[in-house]
Ligand binder design. Structure first.
Ligand code: GLP
Length: 252
């Protein structure tokens, strides 16, 4: 895994946007995988600056990683709403090319299969943006998720419900307990992955993802299987990595 270090979250966002812009090059219609949560917000702000400066994503297709099950699409914290607010608008995406799992479907199992088919029909994901949960989840692949898992309905870990209660007025009772998420296997099929993490609360998960054994107990550790992963970290998120994992010029 390639690791890029920035002093703070804003810098990590700028660095991650630079990686993405360079990877997309002048590809006219890339397929992006987009994450929600607080982690990618600095990245989306930096990418939005690039769009203002001329980066054209109007023909990009995008697939969100996940969505809560049962949360109305128009709830402000549904990932449909978050993606519209933080991704589609700022990045100038065409809403008709942006897909989010149908968490309100009466048949979420069928919705999961449809989502996999949509990704395949788009030719797969060129570049997947990821955050990481404090418990090492990616998307909503909680501990216990196996590396060949596909898009499916999952139960959220108590830690994730507690962590995400900040988006629901601090009330864990308002956080949905199930989600539809792309699987680890789905994520690993994307051609390139950029994971952004910042803050001390992610330091342990980052260190275990990079240096620990590949284990379902820490789903992000399966990213070690992918040969094009860039982790963009701030100093706090990188603070528990051994020096052997850090870029040679880190700290100079
Ligand atoms: C959320 C999302 C993930 C995200 C992770 C970390 O609940 N489902 O896609 O990467 O958990 O969240 P945050 O970035 O807010 O810390």
């Amino acid at each position: 895994m390639r690791i890029l270090l920035s002093p703070d979250a804003t810098g990590a966002g700028v660095a991650a946007a630079a990686v993405i812009a360079s990877s997309l090059g002048d590809r006219p219609a890339p397929v992006l995988g987009v994450a929600t949560g607080s982690s990618p917000q600095p990245l989306y702000r930096a990418l939005a600056d690039r769009v203002q400066a001329g980066l054209d994503l109007a023909r990009a297709t995008a697939f969100a990683l996940d969505e809560y099950v049962g949360l109305p699409v128009d709830h402000p914290e549904s990932y449909h709403s978050v993606i519209a607010r933080e991704v589609i608008g700022p990045l100038g995406l065409d809403p008709s090319r942006v897909h989010v799992p149908e968490g309100v479907s009466a048949d979420p199992v069928a919705a999961a299969a449809r989502y996999e088919a949509l990704i395949a029909a788009a030719g797969g994901v060129d570049l997947q943006i990821l955050g990481i949960g404090a418990n090492g989840h990616i998307g909503f692949n909680e501990p216990g998720s196996v590396p060949d898992s596909r898009t499916r309905v999952v139960d959220l870990a108590p830690r994730t419900v507690a962590d995400n209660s900040r988006f629901f007025d601090g009330d864990a009772g308002l956080v949905p307990t199930r989600a539809l998420t792309q699987g680890i296997g789905t994520i690993l099929e994307s051609r390139e992955i950029v994971l952004i993490a910042w803050g001390e609360s992610k330091a342990d998960a980052v260190a275990r993802a990079v240096e620990g054994p590949q284990t379902a107990e820490l789903p992000a550790s399966f990213l070690q299987r992918h040969d094009r992963v860039t982790l963009v970290l701030d100093a706090a998120a990188a603070s528990r990595l051994s020096s052997a994992s850090l870029p040679v010029d880190a700290g100079r």
